[in-house]
Design a protein. Structure first.
Length: 182
């Protein structure tokens, strides 16, 4: 059994996008104020859960790196790395990247992008999986949302469609109400 946590980067700042003055590329877009606040809520959730993973990998996009940097102190992890292949919008490429993960890793947290993350969860979970959180996820996988998955595989190289179950899906709006109860 392998555990996969998919965190879509927090909300980015679009203010410099597409302007001729102060132009930033897609890779350079930072987090917005809302994204920074969401990372604080994600951190509280992870600390409350006492989340521990073997490896955190993140896209080289600044918004994913910023998300990692703002949540890293709330997670216990053995290693982390920037993975260029996570800057993808293809679930098939994302699955291929996951399949190359070292077999010594049991618990993996990825910080990446949509639509790849949302489509990957849909690919990994069987069609007969009748779970309220899967319905919410299919409606929208907003920035800062997290899918906690359990994969019925022994080796990452065996990752394939319908091999997993969605244990929990948490959206930023859920985090606000969750953290207010703590």
């Amino acid at each position: 059994m392998k555990n996969l946590i998919l965190l879509r980067h927090a909300k980015s700042d679009w203010s410099g996008w597409g302007r001729s003055v102060n132009f930033v590329t897609d890779l350079e877009r930072p987090l917005s104020r809302r994204g920074i606040k969401a990372c604080a809520k994600i951190s509280k959730l992870f600390m409350t859960m006492q989340l521990s993973v073997d490896l955190i990998e993140y896209s080289p996009a600044r918004r994913a790196l910023d998300t990692f940097n703002l949540i890293k102190n709330s997670v216990s992890f053995s290693a982390h790395k920037k993975t260029p292949e996570l800057y993808t919008f293809s679930s098939k490429k994302l699955m291929h990247t996951i399949a190359k993960t070292s077999e010594e890793i049991n618990d993996l947290l990825l910080v990446g992008h949509n639509p790849a993350i949302e489509e990957l969860v849909t690919d990994l979970v069987s069609n007969d999986h009748n779970f309220k959180d899967l319905t919410l996820l299919r409606e929208k996988y907003p920035t800062g949302a997290i899918a906690f998955m359990e994969l019925n595989i022994l080796f990452w190289s065996d990752v394939r469609e319908n091999c997993g179950s969605l244990r929990k899906f948490v959206r930023p709006s859920d985090l606000y109400s969750f953290n207010e109860m703590i």
